[in-house]
Ligand binder design. Structure first.
Ligand code: GLY
Length: 672
């Protein structure tokens, strides 16, 4: 009996736990990283450990990370259904070393796992290394014993990058030869891609790609590996493609049932459409569960695109787009996804009704725009067809195609398909130009190009450790200056709260025997290191001087009240609107508070009144607020709400603001 997905998951984790790795649970698909749209690999949650911006609490980790590759550098959207190995959503198993072990261990353990634990036939395994990587080649051949003729060297394919910036390095991959019936021989380098399937990528992290195109060395060489769960299972189960593995097969059958296509006799094009429906049902369900909503911006836009693409393919397969609202295809696909994946993803089960609601509504909305878009297209086409200029100039303008795409959710291929039926082409260059302009706007919005030189701060963090924050107990602390330049000052300990979790930074003063510094703002320079922004200086402060650091306490009092109030507001929203409400951001200052949240419709006036009354009632009861440190497990047991994107160490802070609000929070709060 070959191993199933769950047995592989367990075997992977236990193999690396036995070799001293900390098992880290999967992080959210929404990364804690402004340069990425989605979590695209197992290493994403660990990025700051690789770059040295954060001190890792463990130097070896193992994880099974949910990943989405559907936008940005890692985008597999167009491959879905056309290959035997791509998904928009998949699970990546990985082992990681943060400046601990390097190539020799990573390579020998990977081989041991594949050959001894998974029991794959070593005669059918191939490995690749980067052109320049003699060291890895030497380990594979001399230490592991891979025959030199089954090792190949590749260029870009063996160089891994997280994104346009971030950690990167040469990599080495393990491939499985599915056999001659799948195409030409010649190994991964020369043979058929559907025959040689990559199952594991070992990345030797050594550099950080900067936004100006240069690379800097990481503080310590590290290891990041990624092994696709579904691919591995397809190899173990001896099936032709990832679509034949249990979970995907079941989803394909449901999609076939809903669209009345017979899986056994489906044409190649129909199979592609069915796979798109099945794959996209998984990724959209997981994304909504993690708090992404269909919208016209950034990740919400990618979600919308994926969803609409799936819906369109269900229509291509013959689903009636005028059918009643109860029978949305994707709503029913969500039910099946929850049934199949729920056992491994309890959040899916918990959020099931909500996910279904969001996805079904989006399908219905697309039905509307489908009709409007079709009308625009008909209108443009009739203008072009009555125009007597020569037939060769008859093309739909790029701007119209982009408008249809952007506003009406018509993918370019859909416009093309429809216009082609009338002998009209689409100006694809014009479309691409409009698209590039939009992407540039999106990129600017993601601050991809912002560069700050964090090297001196990383060095400080490494020499002094994280700043000791004293501001929960006192408003004035004695401390020592450990860094100073024109704009910033860093102390070994400080009562100043650095902007985080929506709460803005403290202001105040720092006094030395020879100088006075006013602090205009406080931020984290790199995670863990509190940096005071200098407003003005009188005298000559120096590194090493003893200081008295005092915050503007009146201002902090105002901030505290507003911060605790956001928690009451959050609990009011969840009580009145439902548990699906998720915080998307907030502002907590001395002047006011703002709380951003996701909900699928605008609030009604009576709902707003009800929310206000609820919060005011909580304030008036003046219940005790309990703010304490505990373990993540205990916090979960207490039912603490964790915001997406938060990163948790072993010790977390929990705020109980009265009887109805329990959340993780590192901010400062009132006591009652
Ligand atoms: N970070 C390794 C991979 O995604 O393949």
């Amino acid at each position: 009996m070959s191993m199933d997905a769950n047995e592989v998951r367990q075997a992977f984790v236990s193999f690396f736990e036995k070799r001293g790795h900390h098992h880290q649970a999967s992080a959210s698909l929404i990364p804690h990283d402004p340069t990425l749209l989605f979590t695209v690999a197992g290493m994403v949650p660990f990025k700051a450990y690789f770059t040295g911006e954060q001190i890792p609490p463990f130097n070896r980790a193992v994880s099974i990370q949910k990943c989405v590759r559907a936008g940005g550098k890692h985008n597999d959207l167009d491959e879905i259904g056309r290959t035997s190995r791509h998904f928009t959503f998949f699970e990546m198993m990985g082992n990681f070393s943060f400046g601990d072990y390097f190539k020799a261990e990573a390579i020998t353990w990977a081989w041991e796992f594949v050959v001894d634990v998974l029991a794959l036939d070593p005669e059918r395994l191939w490995v690749t290394v980067h052109l320049s990587d003699d060291e890895a080649a030497e380990i594979w051949v001399n230490q592991v014993g891979v025959p030199p003729d089954r090792l190949q060297r590749l260029d870009e394919d063996n160089y891994w990058k997280m994104g346009s910036t971030g950690p990167c390095g040469p990599c080495s991959e393990i491939y499985w030869d599915k056999g001659p019936e799948f195409g030409a021989a010649g190994g991964p380098k020369y043979g058929d891609q559907d025959r040689y399937i990559e199952i594991w990528n070992l990345v030797f992290m050594q550099f950080e790609q900067q936004s100006d195109g240069t690379k800097s060395r990481l503080p310590k060489p590290s290891i990041d590996t990624g092994m696709g769960l579904e691919r591995t299972v397809s190899v173990l189960q001896g099936v032709d493609s990832v679509w034949e593995t249990n979970e995907l097969r079941a989803l394909l059958e449901t999609a076939a049932g809903l669209t009345s296509v017979d899986l056994a006799t489906a044409s190649d094009e129909q199979k592609v459409s069915l796979r798109i429906v099945a794959d996209h049902a998984r990724s959209t369900s997981m994304l909504v569960s993690d708090g992404v909503f269909p919208s016209n911006e950034a990740r919400g836009y990618v979600l919308r695109r994926i969803l609409r693409r799936a819906v369109r393919h269900s229509y291509i397969l013959g689903v009636d787009s005028t059918a009643n609202a109860q029978s949305t295809v994707m709503g029913q696909m969500v039910d099946r996804v929850v049934e199949i994946m729920g056992p491994h993803y309890p959040d899916l089960v918990k959020n099931a009704a909500f996910i279904r609601d969001v996805i079904a509504r989006e399908e219905l909305r697309f039905r509307e725009t489908l009709r409007t878009g079709q009308a625009i297209l008909d209108n443009e086409m009739s203008k072009l067809l009555t125009d007597d200029s020569s037939a060769t100039s008859q093309q739909l303008s790029g701007a119209t195609a982009f408008l249809l795409h952007d506003t009406y959710g018509f993918p370019l291929e859909l416009s093309e398909e429809i216009t082609n039926e009338h002998g009209i082409k689409v100006d694809k260059d014009g479309f691409r130009l409009a698209m590039a302009e939009q992407q540039k706007r999106a990129k600017d919005a993601r601050h991809e190009d912002s560069t700050t030189d964090s090297a001196p701060l990383v060095a400080l963090l490494q020499n002094h450790g994280e700043t000791h924050f004293t501001g929960r107990e006192e408003t004035e602390s004695t401390a020592e200056i450990i860094y100073l330049d024109d704009k910033t000052v860093v102390l070994n300990r400080t009562p100043f709260y650095a902007e985080a979790g929506g709460q803005i930074g403290d202001t105040g003063s720092i006094l030395t025997e020879s100088a006075e510094i006013t602090v205009a703002d406080t931020r984290y320079g790199v995670p863990g290191l509190i940096v005071h922004q200098i407003g003005s200086v009188s005298g000559t402060p120096e590194v090493g001087q003893k200081v008295t650091a005092t915050i503007d306490n009146q201002r902090r009092e105002l901030i505290r009240r507003n911060h605790t109030a956001t928690h009451l507001l959050h609990s009011a929203l969840r009580t009145i609107l439902g548990d699906h409400v998720k915080q998307q951001g907030s502002y907590v200052g001395p002047d006011r508070l703002r709380f951003d949240f996701s909900h699928y419709e605008a609030l009604s006036a009576p709902q707003i009144t009800e929310i206000e009354d609820y919060v005011n009632a909580q304030v008036l009861t003046n219940a005790h607020c309990n703010h304490f440190e505990t373990t993540m497990e205990e916090a979960q047991r207490l039912g603490a709400i964790a915001f997406f994107g938060d990163k948790y160490g072993d010790v977390v802070r929990v705020l109980q603001a009265g009887p109805n609000s329990t959340e993780l929070c590192g901010g400062t709060h009132v006591r009652a």
